[in-house]
Ligand binder design. Structure first.
Ligand code: ADP
Ligand code: MG
Length: 245
């Protein structure tokens, strides 16, 4: 409900969602969802399994769900646009199952993800190695042989090769070791510093603590809380009610 960063007021939103509803066939799974993301800001969607986190990201990407309401990217409506146009406009998406090409090497996965420059910049392999040093050492290894953490790094890296301005990460921490989580949290922080906006779906509150500017708590497709981590910590009952198992 509150935003403590005064700079936010001057930055136009990269993503602005209002009155979003989403349904699979006749089953409505999101209602009156609203939030915005500015350049360099990370908004985290928290909630238990089935709360509607993945559906929110799919609605933004124009995948699987039918949506109503307004989704503005860079001031232009994107609802109803085909997924490839949304991606071309600058929205990168790393799905829960990561979808890297198992039969291709790490370097080949990056090459496949390469897109023309945006705003005068295109991610190079060298920049990717700098962001994810462990990937460099395994550049020639087939992606199918990578560990879960390496695959998650590669999935994010490949999406960055599309030069997104907004990055959607669906439960990036799932199944990963703490040392990998710390690295991915650092990567999120450096992407923010470059001005990329992020929407991160998560169940792991500890993982998002270093980078979350704002959190939303979802339950059965409704936003139950919006605020900063400080706001969230001020009411310990929230975590008990909506997050812990
Ligand atoms: N492809 C689908 N078809 C029908 N219902 C779905 C589909 N995907 C998800 N759902 C339902 O939508 C609700 C929200 O799911 P989801 O967005 O995946 O939640 P989360 O990512 O928070 O775990 C759940 O009730 C889930 O069963
Ligand atoms: Mg999910």
């Amino acid at each position: 409900m509150s935003s403590t960063d005064p700079n936010r007021i001057n930055k136009p939103a990269l993503l602005e969602i209002t009155g979003l509803e989403a349904s699979y066939g006749r089953a409505r799974v999101l209602s009156s969802m609203a939030f915005s993301v500015s350049p360099g800001e990370a908004v985290v969607l928290l909630g238990r399994n089935g709360a509607g986190k993945s559906t929110t990201l799919k609605a933004i990407m124009g995948l699987e769900v039918e949506s109503k309401g307004q989704i503005l990217f860079d001031g232009r409506p994107i609802n109803g646009s085909p997924t490839h146009q949304i991606a071309q406009a600058g929205v990168g998406y790393v799905p829960e199952d990561r979808r890297i090409f198992a039969g291709l090497s790490v370097a080949e996965n990056l090459a496949v993800g390469r897109q023309p420059a945006r705003d005068g910049h295109a991610w190079s392999a060298a920049e990717i190695w700098a962001l994810f040093p462990p990937l460099r050492a395994i550049a020639d290894r087939r992606a199918g042989y990578l560990s879960g953490g390496e695959q998650q790094m590669l999935a994010i890296a490949r999406t960055l090769m599309g030069n997104p301005r907004l990055l959607l990460l669906d439960e990036p921490s799932e199944g990963l070791a703490p040392v990998i989580l710390a690295r991915i949290a650092d990567v999120v922080a450096s992407l923010k510093a470059r001005g990329i906006g992020l929407v991160v779906s998560e169940q792991n509150l500890a993982f998002v603590r270093t980078f979350a500017d704002r959190v939303l708590i979802l339950e059965t497709g409704l936003v139950r809380f919006t605020g900063t981590l400080a706001d969230l910590d001020a009411d310990p009952g929230l975590v008990a009610r909506y997050l812990s198992v």
